[in-house]
Design a protein around this ligand. Sequence first.
Ligand code: FES
Length: 267
Amino acid sequence: MSISDNVSRRDFLKSALSVSVFASLNGGVLLGRDTIGLRSENGTITGVVAIDLDQYPALNEVMGSVRLEFPNLPIFDQCTFGVGGDAFGRVMLSRVGPTEFSAVSARCTHNSCCIDDFNKDTERFRCQCHGSEFSISGDVMRGPASAPLTSYDTTFDGDRSVSIDIPGLPTAVMSESTSLTMLGQSTPNPVRDEARIEYTLHRGGQVNLAIFNLRGELIRSLVQSYQTPGVYAVRTDCSSLAAGIYVYRLSTSFGYSASRRMTVGAG
Ligand code: FES
């Protein structure tokens, strides 16, 4: 399956695949699930994981950290439980400042064992095998490891969402996803002026994208046309809409239908 790049700038698309997220401070208790996505940037597809901060209280404070598990997806930096043990894709996402986040691979650079969850008391990650320790940003604090943990770029939207770029995800996502047709969350949200709605089609068909009020009344039709497979972004001026919550819905002739909410703020 190929994804055409109908959007020239950085764009984010959620996929149907999921990633388990565990809170470090709760001993690995499953708190929720997020989605892995794809981002198209000038023709290059990058794997992205979007984290909704509302779901993960541990990330609301500086030095808070969560562990992301990719149970079925091989990523570049798999770690093992014990030298030569089963391999896992793990990424540690931490808040290192009011608006700064750090994402590092859990693979110890000494001999590929998995590091433990972040210890808030020692302010370090510790490797399970030979005791190497790393700072919250992945720097070596104690050997035998001599190289920092692999780090991934993070993007904070300034509000409630952090996304992580993870090399190696695109291939896995594209090969394992049964359907890449999906509707993304509008940005910004809430919106006062222009909203941007992103979606991707895994096959061609008649596409309808429209905004409704909560009574189900059509407010605005955004797309009504045949579209080929690919990535799309639609911009719409919301400044004339009354403040409140709206629903936008994507439906296709091949049976896909999804709705999301967007909030229009008072001007
Ligand atoms: S594998 Fe981490 S310290 Fe040896």
